[in-house]
Design a protein around this ligand. Structure first.
Ligand SMILES: [Zn+2]
Length: 60
């Protein structure tokens, strides 16, 4: 049994690890968007929040 949450960008199922914790970052395999896990309610289910993406400068 594994939980998933739907990607906010492309609606693909994003796997949520059994031992995931609030604030953990998961990445959608379909579109590559990073999300932060947030608690959806008191039942321990997670919902996805768009992760703060720091614009990393790779030095070009
Ligand atoms: Zn996606």
């Amino acid at each position: 049994m594994s939980a998933t949450a739907n990607c906010l960008e492309c609606d693909a199922p994003v796997p949520v690890p059994q031992d995931a914790i609030k604030g953990e970052i998961v990445t959608c395999k379909e579109c590559g968007t990073a999300f932060e896990l947030a608690l959806a309610g008191s039942d321990g289910a997670f919902t996805l929040l768009l992760a703060e993406q720091e614009e990393e400068d790779w030095g070009e």
